[in-house]
Design a protein around this ligand. Sequence first.
Ligand code: SF4
Ligand code: SF4
Length: 233
Amino acid sequence: MNGQGLIKGLGITFKHFFQKEITEQYPDVMPQLAPRFRGCLQFEFEKCIACGICVNSCPNNVLSFETEKDENSKKKKLLSYTIDFQHCMFCNLCAEGCPKQCIYFDHNFELSSFKREDIKMVYLRPAEMDMREEESTNGQEQQESKEQKQIDAMQKALQKNPGKVLSKILEQEEDIIILSELMQSDEKTAGKIAELMVKDKEKAAKVAAGFVNKAKKNRAKTETAGEGGDAND
Ligand code: SF4
Ligand code: SF4
């Protein structure tokens, strides 16, 4: 029938004319993106441990970094991290392998730039990171030196008045005398007890009891051997 095609076409036109518009008004209105949409690679410098898994898993050599050995901690220190995005194929292998989740894709898809070099992203070590690490090392050193002073003071107190100090971790008078004698003959034992009394009193009590029990057993053995020798005579 003549005009059938025209009627059909007009039908489609009218149908779409009354339908809700679905054209995305980008860039005035940003599109709705799927949660796993891969836009631009992001990198969090402070979380990175410079393990190199991302660099080794990238098939296109997009990623690279520079490190140096930290003089204080003797650990590897990340200096810079580079993403040469122009070769990236959005495969996500780098992000999947990262144990610290410090490299990942965000939803930014507006990646065009006038110069090729601008696509390259270079992250440099933030100065605050070094300052924070230095402060933490200093704090740790101060804590260690304070603890060492306390241990030295405890060792002196143990030498001066062992009975009084050891009564804090041993109840029996006999045990206190045994441990005092042990510490007088062995500096290592004295050092260990002093250190534990500063760091962990409960553990010091357990270790002291162990030393005393061992000394008692040794004494009993020596006495038995002595008696055996006397009987043989
Ligand atoms: S997404 Fe793929 S190609 Fe891009 S940097 Fe990561 S591993 Fe390399
Ligand atoms: S895998 Fe992650 S933690 Fe390891 S170097 Fe790469 S970004 Fe850093």
